[in-house]
Design a protein around this ligand. Structure first.
Ligand SMILES: *[C@@H]1O[C@H](CO)[C@@H](O)[C@H](O)[C@H]1NC(C)=O
Ligand SMILES: *[C@@H]1O[C@H](CO)[C@@H](O)[C@H](O)[C@H]1NC(C)=O
Ligand SMILES: *[C@@H]1O[C@H](CO)[C@@H](O)[C@H](O)[C@H]1NC(C)=O
Ligand SMILES: *[C@@H]1O[C@H](CO)[C@@H](O)[C@H](O)[C@H]1NC(C)=O
Ligand SMILES: *[C@@H]1O[C@H](CO)[C@@H](O)[C@H](O)[C@H]1NC(C)=O
Length: 567
């Protein structure tokens, strides 16, 4: 990071002499402490934003009772607690976490004193989204400087310097969104196209293969009237209803299913459908067959918003949302602020209290690698995969890719240990026993033994067939494939529970770790990738019996899970 002196925006200098002297002093102080932020290399700087242009910023107001929320979530998701499954509705969650009156008053009057009036809040009152001009935003948040950036067909306003907030306000705010984070890189889900194309003909993973491997029969489909599931997508991609229909007519003959999404929340992009967007929808609806499915896609009213944050804001503003959400999205932990990650994790706690299961892809870079300089490296954890309050899904391949053989590690499967979040109680014994009993662990300088370890569970992630832009495409791979498959199966379990008057499974991890791998196929063969250096030679962690940071507890065996979880 570089400190850099900078011109302050024009338009502020027609003040009297004395005032401008004070102004200059302030300016000087700001200039000295301004911190440049990292701009992702796939975005090109076009130029300075015009002072009159509009931006939408999201203010995350400090919540109350976060410790209580954590204790309550531990109980509500612990199968041995009397509170298990006694979920809260959004009004109850609001009662618990809504910011204090003081917080709301201070933040609102701070905004008003800068003339910021066009604001909207959520039911939970812990977010404020406000539209203002660039000029106002830069005064409100000293240090910030908005520029226009461009990637492919998209323009965006972001600040290349970190913002500050007035000290009277800072204790009432977790963070301000809409300044720094860029939409994720275009992901290459189809990477194994290259990997396998040379290897000759391959049948590939279809819904029938998924359903056979995980022991789903034609009658294992949703029947409960009120069940639903969702995928959330934040890439500049969308799924095409015609692709989904064609996919189901090609691959869905052997089981009852729906061929259309019930609800799209947000705006579908224009142009071509994306591989990843098609993959998520096609496979959650094949595993969680005949279950009402929603798609959250780039929701929001302003183009400069951060889609992921927008989705969280939306969840806090909708009283009724699906029970299961699968999300293939992540950033390197070290590129995000701790305040941001903590707060986003609180949002997952809020979802858990409502009985919502959040499943995140563990990432496609194995243990990852961060170059620390001086020839030193460490692994590189991914967020939200590393949040203790989501269920993180890793990836596997078939041992024999031409048969329904047993599963081994898919070397891309994301996994490791957080540098931000402490290891949660529910996994301490499983992870410690892995660390204690595994020979040939990577050197301790590569990972943090006290951090939240992931993934929690896994499924096939290699060589999927999808339909995109009306064309069947083989060899699509990644944990964005395994995540909707696990999500669909969680929805099937919820379905059977709802039919029997049992609560849905909600936040899964405390239950999953108490089951100690029961109901799952343990994956014990293979390692995922890590740093390409002399110390670890391209390798991260390896799978073992029981839990491991490559495939978690293993992959689902549906009838066995049903017997355990629906009684
Ligand atoms: C939350 O929902 C209400 C009612 O639909 C709406 O008026 C408000 O704008 C929403 N809040 C945000 C931040 O979008
Ligand atoms: C499920 O599948 C596995 C392997 O595919 C098989 O061994 C097992 O007998 C099947 N049935 C049950 C109920 O687990
Ligand atoms: C599909 O689900 C609906 C309820 O949403 C149910 O009425 C119907 O029987 C289900 N279809 C099958 C084949 O089970
Ligand atoms: C579906 O949910 C609504 C609202 O939660 C409830 O009133 C209704 O009885 C439920 N229907 C069924 C069939 O469970
Ligand atoms: C290791 O993780 C803990 C959280 O569990 C964190 O406080 C600590 O800073 C991390 N260490 C490093 C070197 O990142």
């Amino acid at each position: 990071m570089k400190n850099k002196r900078n011109m302050y925006p024009v338009g502020c200098n027609s003040i009297g002499l004395v005032l401008s002297f004070v102004w200059l002093r302030q300016l000087w102080l700001i200039a000295l402490t301004r911190i440049k932020t990292l701009i992702p290399e796939d975005w090109t700087l076009v130029g300075r934003a015009y002072p009159g242009e509009e931006v939408q910023l999201t203010f995350a107001l400090r919540q109350q009772n976060v410790d209580q929320m954590k204790v309550l979530l531990d109980r509500i998701s612990d199968p041995d607690s009397v509170l298990y499954g006694k979920y809260l509705n959004l009004a109850d969650v609001t009662q618990l976490v809504q910011p204090s009156r003081l917080t709301q008053k201070v933040v609102k009057s701070w905004l008003l004193s800068h003339g910021v009036q066009d604001c909207q809040t959520t039911i939970t009152q812990d977010f404020l989204q406000c539209v203002m001009t660039v000029q106002v935003a830069e005064t409100l948040l000293p240090g910030s400087r908005f520029n226009r950036y461009f990637r492919e067909e998209q323009f965006l306003l972001r600040s290349d310097f970190q913002y500050t907030v007035h000290k009277d306000v800072s204790e009432h705010l977790d963070f301000v969104g809409g300044l720094h984070r860029f939409p994720p890189k275009k992901k290459e889900v189809a990477k194994s196209w290259l990997k396998r194309a040379a290897g000759g003909f391959h049948l590939g993973v279809t819904p029938a293969v998924i359903r056979a491997r995980y022991n789903l029969t034609a009658s294992d489909v949703g029947t409960a009237a009120n069940n639903s599931q969702a995928v959330a997508q934040f890439l500049e991609q969308f799924y095409h209803p015609a692709d989904l229909a064609e996919f189901m007519s090609m691959f869905g003959r052997s089981f009852p299913h729906l061929s259309a999404v019930d609800r799209v929340v947000g705006t579908q992009g224009k142009g071509k459908a994306g591989l990843e967007a098609s993959l998520d929808v096609e496979y959650i609806m094949s595993a969680g067959a005949n279950i009402s499915t929603w798609v959250f896609t780039n929701p929001g009213r302003h183009e400069s918003q951060e889609p992921f944050l927008q989705w969280l804001v939306l969840l806090s503003n909708m009283t009724s949302v699906p029970w299961v959400h699968t999300i293939s999205y992540g950033d390197d932990e070290d590129t995000l602020s701790t305040a941001y990650m903590q707060r986003v994790s609180n949002e997952f706690m809020k979802a858990g209290l409502r009985g919502i299961s959040m499943l995140f892809a563990s990432g496609d870079s194995g243990a990852g690698c961060k170059h620390l300089g001086g020839g030193k490296n460490s692994f590189r954890p991914n967020f939200p995969a590393s949040s203790p309050y989501v269920t993180t899904v890793g990836g596997t391949s078939f041992k024999n890719p031409f048969k329904l053989s047993y599963e081994i590690v898919d070397y891309i499967s994301g996994g490791g240990f957080s540098n931000v979040f402490d290891m949660p109680d529910y996994q301490v014994s499983a992870v410690n026993s892995y660390l204690k009993n595994t020979k040939g662990l990577p050197p301790q300088s590569y990972f943090n033994v006290s951090g939240r370890a992931y993934p929690d569970i896994a499924a096939l992630s290699d060589n999927y067939w999808i339909v995109s832009n009306r064309v069947p495409i083989p060899w699509v791979s990644g944990t964005s494939a395994s995540t909707p498959v696990v999500g669909g199966m969680v929805s099937l379990l919820n379905d059977q529970r709802l039919l029997r008057g049992l609560p849905p499974l909600g936040f899964l991890n405390p239950l999953l770790y108490k089951m100690q791998g029961k109901g799952l196929f343990d994956v014990t063969e293979g390692c995922h990738k890590g740093c390409w250096d002399e110390q670890v030679s391209g390798q991260g962690f390896c799978a073992t019996a029981a839990w491991d940071p490559v495939t978690g507890w293993g992959t689902p065996n549906y009838p066995a899970l049903l017997a355990l979880l629906v009684v």
